[in-house]
Every structure is written in structure tokens, then in C-alpha cells.
Ligand binder design. Structure first.
Ligand SMILES: [Zn+2]
Length: 147
């Protein structure tokens, strides 16, 4: 397995970066104005298409935190495409092209925002994963036949 394949298929979790950034905000190293500077489009997407979070906003403590998913990949705008429904999200998961889904949390009250996770998706990713697993299994099958 080549390292590039591992990187392309890996889910990247940004929770540690988020925690460190929040510590910097709480210590005053980063101003609230700087931390709560979400673009209008992101706040609007959070308000209309975002999924509700159970946890309160880490800045204003209100229950106004939402997750918004943007897809980046072939034939999509450079700024990505905001997923507006779970059906659309599922449809992208079964497409033959490779996409990366970025989940961003945004508070529709104080405009705090942070990237949470980057997840590869699309069918070609699944097909390749099956191929890699099949290649890994192949030598074991041969050994069993000899025994
Ligand atoms: Zn907030």
C-alpha cells in the first residue's frame, strides 16, 4: 500500500485543533471578534440547511450550533457545494467520482465556526478500498490452499 492512498482515503478529524483554538480564545490569545467571524453564506447555510447539534456553542453557550457539510471535487464549484438535504448527501456518496466532504460547525447566534472533519466519499473510493482488501486477502487464500 502506497502512503498516498492512505492519505487520500483517510478521515481527518480536527477536534484537537478545535480544542487548542478554543483554549487560545478562552485565554484571550485570540479575540472573540476573530473567532466569531463566519461568512454570511456559512451562517445562512447553517440556519437553513445545517443539522442541529446537541452540544451548546463553545463561545456563547446557546443551543444554536449547527453542522454544515460542503463537498469538494470534480464538476463542483471551487468554493464547494453545500449539501442541502440528507438525500443529496447520500447521492454524492454513491457517485463514481471522488469527493471530500468537509463538515463545519457554525453558531447561527455568535457566528463561531470551525472545521470538524474531512471525509472522503464517492463510489470510486469504495471500489478501490475493496480492491485493496481483495489484494490483501489474496496471499492468505493461496497459503490456505497449500496447507
Ligand atoms: Zn455561539
Amino acid at each position: 500500500m502506497r502512503p498516498a492512498e492512505v492519505t487520500n482515503d483517510a478521515v481527518i478529524d480536527f477536534r484537537m485543533v478545535r480544542r487548542a483554538y478554543l483554549d487560545r480564545v478562552k485565554s484571550g490569545d485570540v479575540s472573540l471578534r476573530e473567532a466569531c467571524d463566519a461568512e454570511r453564506d456559512l451562517v445562512r447555510a447553517g440556519r437553513h440547511y445545517g443539522s442541529y447539534r446537541r452540544s451548546p456553542c463553545p463561545i456563547c453557550s446557546q443551543d444554536t450550533l449547527r453542522n454544515v457539510v460542503y463537498h469538494f471535487g470534480p464538476r463542483l464549484p471551487r468554493s464547494g457545494r453545500c449539501m442541502t438535504s440528507s438525500d443529496e448527501l447520500r447521492a454524492y456518496g454513491s457517485k463514481s467520482d471522488r469527493y471530500v466532504a468537509y463538515t463545519v460547525e457554525v453558531c447561527v447566534s455568535c457566528e463561531w465556526h470551525h472545521l470538524l472533519v474531512a471525509t472522503p466519499c464517492g463510489r470510486s473510493r469504495l471500489r478501490r478500498s475493496k480492491q485493496v482488501r481483495a489484494q490483501k486477502r489474496a496471499p492468505a487464500t493461496r497459503v490456505r490452499r497449500r496447507a
